[in-house]
Write a protein that binds this ligand. Structure first.
Ligand SMILES: NC(=O)c1ccc[n+]([C@@H]2O[C@H](COP(=O)([O-])OP(=O)(O)OC[C@H]3O[C@@H](n4cnc5c(N)ncnc54)[C@H](OP(=O)(O)O)[C@@H]3O)[C@@H](O)[C@H]2O)c1
Length: 262
């Protein structure tokens, strides 16, 4: 696995999966464009890079501010002259019932996870076609299954899977790969940053027992290097849930109905 001379633009690089992937891309020689809202956190990630020979730049970006994406894409291309790989990773999750979640919050999630990701991809697409590059989307198992406490999150992630699997077909003959990575539970700050969260939920979250972001990053970069299509990364339970859901949605619903998935 070697990403020397590859220019990688990664959203949500300030925390969790994005941070872990950025660090590994840096070790593998990639030049990075780091994006999210929190510039101080992005600077911390940048300063932690071990490979000081591989350059990186920070381009602040809010996934809900779609009207800035054309300009930010130009800035990203100007940073190193091209973009080879766009990693759509930034996002937020949910830990609340729909009935308790204000519409404005569900909208915030959909705008961040779904619409912002589509809008940024469209802004970068002409460049990725030119480079015969790669589009990566960090969706979720929640793009293939569904549980309680995740209405808008499941909607966003199902939407992403649908959009990017269709886009993969459209780009297949253009030399651009679309890699859809579906993580299970990974131990990041995702519960802390979710809609409807609480300190109790953060403490008891199943994410705390999930795969480490560093282990996730190794498998994710391997999949990106091999230009894979759909990839699941996580534990056995979530993989089994995806298989049961595919075989029998009714049996899946029967078993998942009483699970408190927090
Ligand atoms: N951890 C898991 O178990 C898991 C499982 C399945 C899928 N995922 C997906 O993996 C991705 C990364 O999540 P994580 O686990 O690493 O969570 P995290 O630690 O909370 O990181 C989320 C990242 O998204 C960025 N972000 C949030 N809102 C944004 C906005 N409006 N504009 C730009 N960036 C924004 C955050 O940066 P700023 O705050 O600096 O903007 C942060 O870097 C998400 O798409 C998530 O749905 C995670």
């Amino acid at each position: 696995m070697n990403f020397r001379n590859k220019i990688v633009w990664i959203t949500g690089a300030s925390s969790g999966l994005g941070e872990a992937m950025a660090k590994l891309f840096n070790e593998q020689g990639a030049q990075l464009i780091l994006s999210s809202r929190n510039v101080t956190a992005l600077e911390r990630v940048q300063q932690s890079f071990l490979n000081k020979e591989a350059s990186s730049v920070i381009i602040p970006l809010d996934l809900r501010e779609y009207n800035t994406f054309e300009e930010l894409t130009k800035k990203a291309i100007n940073a190193f002259g091209k973009i080879d790989i766009l990693i759509n990773n930034g996002g937020i999750s949910q830990r609340s019932f729909a009935v308790d979640t204000p519409f404005s919050e569900e909208l915030r999630l959909l705008e961040t996870d779904l619409i912002g990701t589509i809008a940024l991809t469209k802004a970068a697409l002409p460049q990725l076609l030119l480079q015969k590059g790669q589009i990566v989307v960090i969706s979720s198992v929640m793009g293939k299954i569904n549980t309680k406490y995740r209405t808008s999150y499941a909607a966003a992630k199902h939407g992403l899977v649908g959009y990017f699997e269709s886009l993969r077909l459209e780009l297949a003959d253009e030399g651009v790969n679309v890699c859809n990575i579906m993580p299970g539970f990974i131990a990041t700050n995702i519960t802390k940053n979710s809609l409807g969260t609480s300190p109790e939920l953060v403490k008891s979250s199943q994410n705390n027992l999930g795969l480490s972001p560093e282990k996730f990053a190794v498998q994710a970069l391997d999949a990106i290097y091999r230009r894979k299509g759909n990839v699941y990364i996580g534990g056995f339970k979530e993989r089994a849930a995806m298989i049961i859901k595919r075989i029998s949605p009714a049996i899946f619903d029967y078993f998942i109905k009483n699970q408190k998935v927090t």
